[in-house]
Design a protein around this ligand. Structure first.
Ligand SMILES: [Zn+2]
Length: 340
């Protein structure tokens, strides 16, 4: 499966280079990113949302909501929500924060999630655009709310909706929030994705609510037929020679340059966790993100639901893997780590 995902990414990169619009996006990605939107997707809709909204490389920075649960307030969700939303602050043109919900999610989940967005000081002045989506048909309805809205952008997005490809419910990618890296497709469809700064997921911590939510997610997802389930940490950087490093990975090498409550704490966590897997101090962002990916996979194994699944025999050869992705071309290749 890992080899097939790598081959698909190479084919996709070749197709993109032949298309003038996508080729131009790749050229822009070499210089940096300036996404107009922050999307907060549930884990199982993260890749589908990009197709639904017809967003391509560079269009949207990503944060994550745990499927089935309300988005937590910033203090309770530093890694999945607060850190990525704080990182988003630096971009020049912030058109909107988009939240998506499945068609059958309770109104209370939506209301609480919108309130959590409104509590984040780095995005509280950006219009919030909320959709209830039928992913089978690609149709969506706008959810009205009392925080800042922009009817013009809501209508613009509604007009461009398209039906997303099928979900590969067996594959979970953990990938950076960076707008230039798109979760790689698998032979079975669009993967689920957790999008965080540097593709970092913290260890389970019974006092941190976002890790409790994640554990509930893992409990349900890994409850049966785990032999097909796989978790892939996708770390990105300048792996092909003419691209751009991971911004969060780069920040974690220079944490003294990082400012802001939420960003500082998350970047410190990245640095701390990565250093456990570096035999000598990382000199490049690429060395750093490999260590972050390794830390993430080890951290994933600290979740009680994942440990249970492993004890029940879920840990097949490809259960936990790392892929290296080039920021510009999005081509991925396997990175072999010592068995964790
Ligand atoms: Zn990154």
């Amino acid at each position: 499966m890992i080899e097939e995902i790598s081959e698909l990414s190479m084919k996709s990169a070749e197709d993109c280079k032949k298309n003038p619009e996508t080729a131009e996006r790749m050229l822009a990605a070499e210089k940096g990113q300036a996404p107009r939107f922050l999307i907060i997707s549930p884990i199982h809709r993260s890749s589908q949302d990009l197709q639904l909204l017809r967003f391509g490389q560079g269009d949207a920075f990503h944060a994550t909501r745990v499927s089935g649960f309300p988005l937590l307030p910033p203090d309770s969700s530093p890694h999945l929500f607060a850190g990525p939303a704080a990182f988003n602050r630096q971009f020049p043109e912030k058109t909107g924060v988009i939240l998506t919900f499945d068609i059958d999610e309770p109104q209370g989940v939506i209301r609480t999630s919108i309130e959590s967005v409104s509590q984040h000081p780095d995005i509280d002045d950006i219009p919030i655009i909320v959709f209830r989506v039928d992913y089978e048909t690609g149709r969506a309805r706008v959810v009205p709310h009392k925080f800042g809205r922009t009817y013009e952008i809501e209508n613009y997005i509604l007009k461009r909706l398209s039906r997303p490809d099928v979900l590969d419910n067996d594959t979970l990618m953990i990938i950076c929030s960076d707008s230039r890296v798109i979760p790689p497709i698998t032979p079975n469809g669009l993967p689920m994705a957790i999008q965080t700064l540097g593709a970092h997921v913290p260890a389970f911590d019974a006092t941190l609510e976002e890790t409790q939510q994640l554990n509930e997610f893992f409990k349900e997802w890994l409850s049966n037929e785990t032999h097909e389930r796989r978790i892939i940490a996708v770390v990105h950087g300048n792996f092909e020679g003419d691209g751009h490093p991971c911004g969060a990975g780069d920040f974690s090498l220079h944490p003294e340059d990082v400012h802001g409550k939420y960003l500082e704490s998350v970047i410190e966590d990245l640095k701390h966790d990565a250093e456990q897997y570096e035999t000598k101090p990382a000199e490049t962002p690429e060395e750093r993100v490999i260590a972050i990916g390794t830390a993430t996979l080890t951290n994933i194994k600290s979740y009680p639901a994942v440990r249970d699944a492993i004890d029940r025999g879920a840990a097949h050869d490809e259960f936990l893997k790392i892929l290296k992705m080039d920021t510009v071309t999005n081509v991925v290749s396997p990175y072999e780590i010592e068995p964790l």
